[in-house]
Design a protein around this ligand. Structure first.
Ligand code: NAG
Ligand code: NAG
Ligand code: NAG
Ligand code: NAG
Ligand code: NAG
Ligand code: NAG
Length: 425
């Protein structure tokens, strides 16, 4: 039945040619089973009638009567729910039903717009719509409340927006590796202003301004979020020419370079002096590449003389193979569409921010990152000002042995802090 709906959903929205080309739909038998740890189950739930998606999700500790509090964990880019496989059971053991879905655009979740860059309906990836996806999902699995929503990397955006807009449902939030930035204030008290009002923005600067400034650095640079929004990005990720055209090499090198195995040779990341884009010149080239580099060129240039094998201890080749298998089937465009909404100029893709301008998170909020992750500091003041972002900020921790993927690099430590936060609620 699930497979029927999956097929129908994709056929209705995109037509048979896209489902066939991407293998995103069908009988279900084309997906090899994921190599999951004991206690973790893979399932599907059909929310076609609400979100348009058939969700694929991993779960641990859930009982059929749904009596245990729900902990929802949301992945970022370029991730999938599978990345959380080792932290589900140790959180579930504290008495929770722990669930990680593949989000819109990712993995085995289907029903999202798979059309190419120029044709895709980006409204599907608007931030409010990401909360709609979560609402539909939570209801469909038989819950109306979420004890805690945990988001990593781009997953902090749906997690943050869920806590911001529906605190009656999402009762606490953990942000991992990307501090949440709530919608910015909007122009105020303009009635007596003789000049036209300033343009609205969902951030305190616009991406176009930052790009302009980065292009005028020596050497010229660019912001990875801007790069990820360009038409060529999905093909650049799928065909990493400077990394032997090997997706396996891409995932290995990307995980290695963003971990202390590589980054510990440099001074640890720190709060930037200001929001002047020139400050970003000190950030590694995987976040702020040279203006003329593709992603694989940026990674390959940093990888010269390096050996990623230390990362095999915490990110085994067998797991890399799963990422390669999943992204080979889906491609990267669905996942990259999040960045396109993020970097959009003021207008219909970002106007959710106007509705929620000035709103703070009011539920308990915790931040966990890695000491070696510059991502913590890419937005000036985001970590320092968490007590402005949330009226119930419970503090932050930066794991000494982690870069950008603490839940993979130091799963035990990550679980310890998440469990402590849950127990404190
Ligand atoms: C979706 O809606 C249709 C029409 O109301 C209904 O027949 C179908 O059972 C619904 N499917 C799910 C999975 O809720
Ligand atoms: C609104 O603008 C007027 C004119 O500049 C100013 O006198 C007034 O103090 C402003 N009001 C607030 C609440 O800032
Ligand atoms: C890319 O930019 C760098 C730094 O500006 C420059 O040294 C290099 O020659 C450029 N490469 C190409 C292929 O243009
Ligand atoms: C690319 O292939 C060469 C030759 O097999 C190998 O030495 C190198 O490590 C590979 N690069 C990456 C990034 O895996
Ligand atoms: C917020 O945190 C900063 C330090 O990061 C501190 O200086 C400030 O007093 C705090 N504000 C409130 C309202 O707690
Ligand atoms: C990191 O190391 C420092 C110095 O040893 C210690 O004070 C701190 O508590 C450690 N942080 C974590 C999160 O373990």
């Amino acid at each position: 039945m699930a497979s029927f709906w999956r097929t129908l959903a994709c056929s209705l929205v995109f037509g048979i040619s896209y489902t066939a080309a991407h293998g995103g739909a069908g009988t279900g038998t084309e997906y090899p089973p994921l190599p999951l740890p004991s206690g973790v189950t893979a399932s599907y739930v059909d929310t076609t009638n609400t979100s348009g998606l058939v969700f694929h999700y991993l779960s641990a500790g859930c009982d059929p009567s749904n009596t245990k509090p729900l902990v929802l964990i949301l992945h970022g880019y370029p991730e999938i729910a599978y990345g959380f496989k080792d932290m589900l059971v140790p959180i579930a053991e504290q008495g929770y039903c722990v669930i990680a879905p593949d989000q819109r655009g990712y993995g085995r979740t289907t029903g999202w717009d798979m059309r190419p860059w120029a044709y895709v309906d980006l409204k599907q990836w608007k931030f409010e719509n990401l909360v709609r996806d979560l609402m539909a999902f939570v209801w469909a699995i038989g819950y109306t409340e979420v004890k805690c929503v945990v988001g990593h990397d781009f997953g902090t955006i749906p997690a943050g927006w869920a806590a911001l807009t529906r605190p009656d449902i999402f009762h606490s939030v953990v942000h991992m590796s990307v501090p949440f930035v709530p919608p910015a204030s909007i122009p105020f008290n303009l009635t007596s202003t003789p000049t036209p009002p300033a343009a609205l923005s969902t951030a305190d600067w616009t991406y176009a301004d930052v790009e302009y400034a980065l292009e005028h650095l020596t050497p010229p640079r660019k912001n990875y979020q801007w790069y990820n929004s360009q038409p060529s990005a999905a093909q650049d990720f799928l065909n990493p020419t400077a990394l032997n055209n090997s997706l396996h090499a891409f995932f290995r090198v990307e995980w290695y370079l963003k971990s202390p195995a590589y980054l510990a040779q440099f001074p640890p990341p720190h709060e930037l002096a200001s929001s002047d884009p020139a400050q970003l010149a000190q950030v590694p080239y995987f976040y702020v590449p040279l203006a003329n580099q593709t992603i694989s060129e940026a990674l390959a240039a940093l990888y010269v003389g390096q050996n990623a094998s230390p990362s095999e201890a915490w990110f085994p080749d067998a797991d890399v193979d799963v990422y390669v298998q999943e992204y080979t089937r889906t491609g990267f465009q669905g996942a990259l569409n999040y960045y396109r909404v993020l970097t959009s100029p003021p207008g219909p893709l970002t106007d959710d921010g106007i509705l929620w301008a000035g709103r703070k998170i009011t539920v308990p909020t915790f931040f966990l990152g890695g000491k070696y992750d510059w991502q913590t500091y890419l937005v000036h003041g985001a970590l320092e000002n968490y007590n402005q972002t949330s009226t119930d900020f419970r503090g932050s921790v930066l794991l000494n042995g982690s870069g950008h993927w603490p839940y993979i690099e130091q799963t035990g430590e990550t679980v310890k802090y998440v469990n402590e936060f849950l127990a404190s609620l």
